[in-house]
Ligand binder design. Structure first.
Ligand SMILES: [Fe+2]
Length: 396
């Protein structure tokens, strides 16, 4: 962007960062006046002992009281489960929400607190059963005490002003957007991410890297989002291979949580061109491929196909990724970056392309889905680019 262009940058929330920072949760809730809190999570994290790690600390501190654990959240932040969760919160007399989990848990809790603020019991009442964004909610502040403990380093959903919800009746995803959606406090404690397996660590880390790319290369980027995105790139390049090798490396796990958070702040406040997410939403939904894996595969194939677009701002990004740029033409730096991303994928165990192959019907369906995805509204991809991305991203 040019320096004379207007931009707004908003972030609401406090970050508690470092090993053991889950011990801050009690006093943070106390400061917000919440006496009874509900832990909202999924069964996998209960079984893995992660929820007990957090609950044991709160139980030992005795304040606030843990009213109960709601562990029914599933992937995709489903509307029926969100509606069940707010009913449970009412029954338990919950005065504060503690989200422990990945993106689906984070987004479900954001939806629950929005419903509390707006006095509705059915999330579709504020989403009207449609896909797309619901941004007419800013007139009323959302003040319900909310703390988030991310257990993956990738989505950064603890700090984004968006909640993506699957409305099951229509099988469509919609977004709730509100400046008060980020958690009042995000607790970036590496110890709760130790048990994340290498494959999921790699995939979620690639999601964070793709957020950096969307934020940095978009038309609305600004100096603040650039600073966050480029430093997050440096951290991910350095630390993601380390955490994949050794999940208990405290320094690397901490830096990945920080990178994920910075990447999402940049993405939330800048990204108007999001070609990687435009394709990954469609491919992920149709073929049930995880969001992180989809972005991991696509980050190099999309850059290769749209090389002239990326070449416009490639130099600083390439340098943050450790590529020498002096005296090299931008388009050649871009192709060198594609190669470096391909090597990084290999190092992290991300495949060069998806295992599936597409028939003519699949291709046509994906073309329509990519064209219709909300991430493409401000940067629609030409049909030839969509076809070329599909050709590079799937087994031929
Ligand atoms: Fe993402």
């Amino acid at each position: 962007m040019s320096m004379s262009q207007y931009f707004a940058f908003e972030y609401r929330g406090l970050l508690d960062v470092g090993a053991g920072s889950i011990s801050q949760i009690g006093c943070r809730f106390e400061n917000m006046g919440a006496r009874r809190i509900g832990i909202i999570t999924d069964k996998g994290l209960v079984d893995a002992g992660v929820v007990d790690m957090v609950k044991d600390v709160l139980d030992a501190q005795r304040f606030p009281v843990v009213a109960g654990v709601y562990d029914k959240i599933e992937v995709d932040a489903k509307s029926s489960i969100i509606n069940d969760c707010i009913r449970w919160c009412g029954e338990m007399g919950v005065e504060g929400l503690l989200a422990v989990g990945g993106g689906s848990v984070m987004d479900s809790v954001k939806a629950v607190k929005t419903m509390m603020a707006f006095g509705v019991r059915d999330v579709t009442e504020i989403m009207r059963g449609t896909a797309g964004s619901h941004i007419g909610l800013k007139v009323r502040p959302i003040t319900f005490p909310h703390i988030a403990v991310p257990t993956t380093a990738g989505t950064g959903a603890e700090s984004s002003p968006v909640a993506v919800v699957l409305i099951e009746e229509s099988d469509l995803k919609g977004s709730i957007m509100h400046p008060d959606l980020p958690a009042n406090v995000a607790v970036l404690d590496p110890t709760v991410t130790y048990s994340l397996p290498p494959r999921l660590t790699a995939e979620t880390g690639c999601d964070a890297l793709s957020h950096c790319m969307e934020a940095y290369f978009c038309m609305n980027s600004n100096s603040i989002s650039d600073a966050l995105a480029l430093h997050a790139v440096r951290l991910i390049k350095k630390y993601l291979p380390i955490v994949i090798q050794n999940g208990r490396n405290v320094e690397a796990r901490t830096q990945m949580l920080i990178a994920s958070n910075m990447a999402m702040q940049a993405y939330s406040m800048a990204a108007t061109s999001a070609p990687i997410h435009n394709c990954s939403h469609a491919i992920g939904a149709k073929l049930h491929i995880s969001h992180g894996l989809a972005n991991g595969v696509l980050m190099s194939t999309v850059m290769k196909v749209l090389a002239p677009f990326y070449a416009m701002r490639i130099t600083d990004f390439a340098e943050a990724f450790g590529i020498k740029t002096e005296g090299v033409a931008p388009i050649d730096i871009t192709y060198a970056t594609v190669e470096a991303l391909e090597n990084f994928k290999k190092e992290c165990g991300i495949p060069a392309c998806f295992a599936q192959s597409l028939n003519a019907e699949d291709k046509e369906d994906l073309r329509i889905r990519i064209k219709a995805d909300i991430a493409g509204f401000t940067f629609p991809l030409p049909m030839e680019a969509i076809d070329a991305i599909m050709a590079l991203s799937f087994v031929q």
